[in-house]
Write a protein that binds this ligand. Structure first.
Ligand SMILES: [Zn+2]
Length: 341
């Protein structure tokens, strides 16, 4: 396939990068992402010990999903992430649903977030004097390992049978459905290896996706991707794609993030996005959080100002962080910055 100059395509690419940059600027130089979604569902009493995890609520309690989105918006999130992380068509089909029903649930995840954003924005606009920004909706796309629900998103090991095509096939239809549902952003989350990074980059190109994406890796050693591959290798793949507007880390311990932001700064010119977990440790096999006494919201905020100062421009929380974390984060990071709405 030859390279054909297409002025329209170039415009699209520039617009994608600009959309996110303008939004960040409007948010005061650093936009706040929401916090742990499943964590907050559980605080409200949802039982989501299930391979579908928070996506289970798409089936049995969509109102609770709306409520959690609204809580994060109220706490100051500039970007809310949909409840589709562990939602996948094969996942829904394995629960006896039809493909159409599975696709409808994916659409619903974007619809619930978009409606919550619009409802919240209308309510604060009515009041008038406020410091909120009209939030963006990022459609969450979990890694293949998240679908497997066997902890492999933290080992990066998908087995010998999983190749590039298998990963592209796994992601393709869900990506198409989510894109058609009209989110503002696509959030690829807890990507553990270079192979899946390549699959996503290829797929965005093949499907000609116009919505800006971010790709976030998990990390279990604070230095490399979970597979042991270097971030230099993984980011080299990402740097070739104009469709990816931001790259970073999610669901790694907060203590790892500062040095990883510094590293990513050297490896890419893209916007850096970080939303670590609370620092408690997830046992992917037993599917539970191992207790930790070291975490509190204040400590998270102190660390977050370092991430911002070293160049991260999208900052939020992942597992075990709550609206209270995000409220504190928003205050700590936006001190001295005025949102322009
Ligand atoms: Zn997480």
């Amino acid at each position: 396939m030859g390279v054909i100059f297409n002025p329209n395509k170039n415009n699209h690419n520039q617009n994608r990068a600009k959309l996110l940059q303008n939004f960040i600027q409007k948010a005061g130089g650093c936009a706040i992402i929401d916090g742990g979604f499943a964590t907050q569902l559980e605080i409200h009493g949802a039982d989501i010990k299930d391979p579908l995890w928070s996506a289970l609520c798409l089936i049995n309690n969509p109102n609770l999903i709306s409520k959690v989105h609204l809580e994060y918006l109220e706490a100051g999130a500039d970007i809310i992430v949909t409840s589709s992380y562990q939602a996948s068509i094969p996942g829904f089909v394995s629960r006896g649903m039809s493909i159409e029903q599975g696709e409808r649930l994916l659409e619903l995840s974007v619809e619930l977030a978009t409606n919550a954003r619009d409802e919240f924005w209308e309510s604060v606009e009515r009041i008038g004097d406020h410091s909120y920004n009209r939030a963006l909706v990022a459609a969450s796309i979990g890694s293949y390992g998240a679908y497997l629900a066997d902890g492999s998103e933290y080992s990066g090991y998908y087995g010998k049978d999983v190749d590039l095509n298998k990963l592209k096939d796994f992601h393709r239809r869900r990506l198409q459905v989510l894109v058609e549902s009209g989110p503002d952003l696509l959030a690829f989350e807890t990507i553990p290896n270079k192979l899946e990074t390549q699959a996503i980059v290829d797929l965005l190109e093949e499907e000609d996706v116009q919505i800006p994406s971010w790709i976030c890796f998990s990390s279990v050693d604070g230095v490399n991707a979970p597979s042991g591959e270097s971030f230099a290798d993984c980011l080299q793949v990402i740097n070739t794609s104009d469709r990816i507007a931001a790259v970073g880390i999610n669901c790694a311990p907060p203590q790892f993030v500062h040095s990883l932001v510094q590293k990513f700064n050297e490896l890419t010119k893209k916007v850096i996005v970080v939303y670590p977990n609370s620092g408690e440790i997830w046992d992917g096999v037993a599917k539970r959080w191992l207790p930790s006494k070291c975490f509190n919201d204040d400590k998270f905020n102190v660390l977050a100002t370092k991430w911002r100062d070293s160049g991260a421009k999208l900052i939020g929380g992942c597992c075990r962080t709550t609206p209270s974390t995000i409220r504190g984060l928003s205050k700590a990071l936006k001190q001295g910055c005025l949102g322009t709405n």
